[in-house]
Design a protein around this ligand. Structure first.
Ligand code: MOS
Length: 711
């Protein structure tokens, strides 16, 4: 096997200098003439009714232009997906979570608006909030069993009776956590008559248009969204949130442009977070560790009115060959805002439970955790028996174990000063989310231009698209410029779900091939494209390309409806130091090997995986958003209370590599997805390493020092 070494050269990010010099313009950097600054006034209680609101003192403050309440705002229809909420705030007097908007203060400066906010008196009738773990549980989608095959109950019963049979039943918890991108979510809205322009901090501006046009009853063609540099998203900017519509509503009411950028404290309640989750895994296996049955039950919290389902059972549906399988999805309604996908959604939470249980199975069977995975390797898709498009997981296991020194790990010293050293591993996997999209390539005398409405959330997409066009045209990537982040450009899929390089990359490759084809039709084939353009006497030649899905679908998961099942895989090995006196944890090194199709740019792909591993360490050991047990609100209101990994937490020794692949079933350019894969499996590997070090099994994320000591 060839492995793309992490030291391989790749093209550095073209947008790097813009960001480092402050030239990159984010949503809030747009200041249309006469713009007003908006600040939301949130409900002070987590449950109850809005009785009254006194804004008289706020309205007379200098610089306060207006205080808008429900009476001032238009009534909104129910919002279609991908709006995160169905019913807009201000629709009635019920308070369903703390921070729910009840007024909007508009000021000539942000300081004036903030002062106005502090002067608004909100009078609420308080009710007892519904706390996490105490809400009403209901099936997530009609029936709580979302998938069943074979007889799981018989497999579980037989495992108890059989000689050496193994049965594992454990419940795994994870705390809610917020995305907290450096750039909070926010929107600048300007109306020109019935035409609306939004400068928006989003991951999918094309999907803003149908929601916003429905909200205001305007023509979709009259809504224009600009979203160039986005300061991180991680899923919180994936769907459409009320503040985007409220910014536009306020601008319409007041007749001036409005900038509504969420304050950090509002970010807790006015966009989503990853839900609290309780997952139960039941495994049945023979003495050889081969699975005979698997049940995976998932409960995630959602809001009282709005529903987010975290389909974490997908992990168990798609990873191991197991004859009997039953998957259950439930939701629990509590007095919090609605959660949303967060890097890595779906399999991220799912693997925390499944891979933890697989590590427990290995211990129960007296087998190496790697051998248990190999014993249950799925040669075809366990969900439906289709062959894999490309599956490099076996090579990834082998290469990862080699690079880590996995098979000889316990021959190394078990202590380093106060640190007791443990080793853990887990499989990584993500589904393949494909969206249709378009791209354009303009060949000009002075260079080529790629046009596609992708977003730059920090992934380096401009660099990758320019590389793809350059490679297809046979010109240096330095001669390709990228235009992105504007709904006037060719429509692409959203910038989430690890889908952009695969989908838009293919559309751009097709557009570049269209340019080459046109040059050939002009009798200029086989030449340097600039020379060919010159000889054809043209100043510009425009190529168009699309990435289409089977049946013209708007979304395709795991290659549904095609002969091949498409997914991504990997393996993560971690070495963790545990201080048994204080319960402290240190990540000492990690090795990740990933099977994700062709890697277009090793620099940006490696950065995605490195970031994912760091993100996973944060989930495993630090991140937790608590609901106050008395008031029902989020306990934290700023980042000073939020623990996330910093440089000092992360060793230099993060070894990331990729199996060498070209997946033509997944995309025209051979790529699958990388963005979220690296964040999967890390938590389960860390928990296994802690157990390996000190014999304490923590099944409740994050693994805080007190949990290690309590064990
Ligand atoms: Mo990622 S949760 O798909 O932005």
């Amino acid at each position: 096997m060839t492995v793309t070494r992490s030291a391989d050269p790749g093209r550095p990010r073209v947008e790097g200098p813009l960001k480092l010099t402050g030239a990159a313009r984010y949503a809030a950097d747009h200041r249309p003439d006469s713009v007003l600054h908006a600040v939301l006034v949130g409900a002070p209680v987590a449950a109850g009714r809005l009785r009254g609101l006194d804004a008289a003192a706020a309205r007379i403050l200098p610089g306060v232009t207006a205080v808008l309440t429900a009476a001032d705002l238009p009534s909104f229809p129910e919002l279609p997906p991908p709006a995160a909420v169905r019913v807009m705030p201000f629709s009635d007097d019920r308070i369903l979570f703390e921070g729910q908007p009840v007024a909007i203060v508009l000021g000539e400066s942000i300081e004036a608006a903030e002062a106005g906010r502090a002067a608004v008196v909100v009078d609420c009738e308080r009710e007892a909030p519904v706390l996490l773990g105490h809400g009403r549980r209901e099936p997530a989608m009609g029936d709580e069993v979302v998938f069943a095959r074979g007889d799981v109950d018989a497999a579980l019963a037989d495992a108890v009776l059989a000689d050496g049979g193994i049965r594992i039943e454990q419940t795994y918890l994870q705390a809610p956590r917020h995305h907290h991108a450096m750039e909070t979510s926010g929107t600048v809205a300007r109306w020109d008559g019935d035409r609306l322009t939004l400068w928006d901090a989003v991951q999918a501006s094309s999907t803003v248009i149908p929601v916003v046009s429905t909200a205001f009853g305007v023509d979709a063609a009259d809504v224009h969204v600009v979203a160039r540099h986005t300061g991180g998203g991680f899923g919180a900017k994936g769907y459409i949130w009320p503040h985007e519509i409220l910014a536009a509503a306020a601008a319409r009411v007041i007749g001036r442009p409005v900038k509504l950028h969420l304050r950090r404290s509002d970010q807790f309640s006015n966009v989503g977070y990853q839900p609290w989750m309780e997952q139960t895994i039941r495994l049945a296996a023979g003495a050889d560790g081969v699975l005979t049955g698997l049940e995976h039950e998932v409960v995630n919290n959602t809001a009282l009115a709005d529903t987010h389902v975290e389909p974490a059972t997908e992990a168990s549906k798609s990873l191991y060959a197991v004859p009997a399988l039953r998957l259950r999805q439930l939701i629990e309604r509590v007095s919090l805002n609605v959660p949303t996908p967060m890097r890595a959604p779906v399999e991220g939470p799912g693997l925390w439970a499944l891979e933890s249980a697989m590590n427990e199975l290995a211990d129960a069977a007296g087998l190496d955790p790697l051998d248990v995975r190999l014993a249950n390797f799925a040669e075809v898709s366990p969900a439906d028996g289709r062959p894999w498009s490309v599956n490099g997981l076996r090579e990834a296991y082998e290469e990862g174990a080699r690079r880590y020194g996995w098979r000889t790990r316990h021959q190394r010293p078990r202590r380093d000063g106060p640190w007791v050293i443990g080793h853990g591993m887990a499989t990584c996997t993500m589904g393949s989310f494909r969206f249709p999209g378009a791209g354009r390539v303009r060949l000009r005398r002075d260079g080529a231009v790629v046009e596609a409405n992708v977003h730059d959330i920090g992934t380096g997409v401009q660099t990758v698209l320019s590389q793809i066009a350059a490679e297809e045209l046979g010109i240096p990537p330095e001669r390709v410029e990228t235009r992105w982040g504007d709904t006037d450009l060719p429509r692409t899929g959203p910038t989430y779900g690890s889908s952009t390089t695969m989908g838009t990359g293919s559309a751009v490759a097709a557009a570049a091939r269209d340019v080459t084809k046109q040059l050939a039709e002009l009798g200029q084939g086989g030449r340097d494209p600039f020379e060919a353009l010159d000889r054809a006497g043209l100043d510009e030649l425009v190529g168009e390309g699309t990435f289409a899905l089977p049946g013209g679908a708007q979304f395709n998961q795991d290659g549904a409806g095609t002969p091949y099942a498409i997914r991504t895989w990997g393996v993560i090995f971690v070495e963790v130091g545990v201080d048994p006196d204080f319960g402290l944890l240190r990540l000492r090194r990690a090795v990740g090997v990933y099977s994700a199709g062709r890697i277009v740019n090793p620099v940006t792909a490696r950065a995605q995986m490195t970031g994912g591993i760091i993100w996973g360490w944060g989930k495993a050991t630090m991140e937790e958003s608590d609901q106050d047990p008395v008031h029902g609100r989020w306990l934290a209101k700023n980042l000073s209370n939020v623990a996330v990994p910093v440089n000092a937490d992360i060793p230099a020794d993060l070894d990331v590599s990729f199996t060498d692949e070209y997946d033509e079933a997944a995309s025209l350019i051979g790529a699958r997805g990388v963005g979220e894969l690296g964040a999967t499996g890390v938590d389960a590997a860390v928990a296994a390493a802690v157990h390996d070090a000190v014999g304490v099994r923590v099944r409740d994320l994050p693994i805080l020092p007190w949990k290690v000591l309590a064990g």
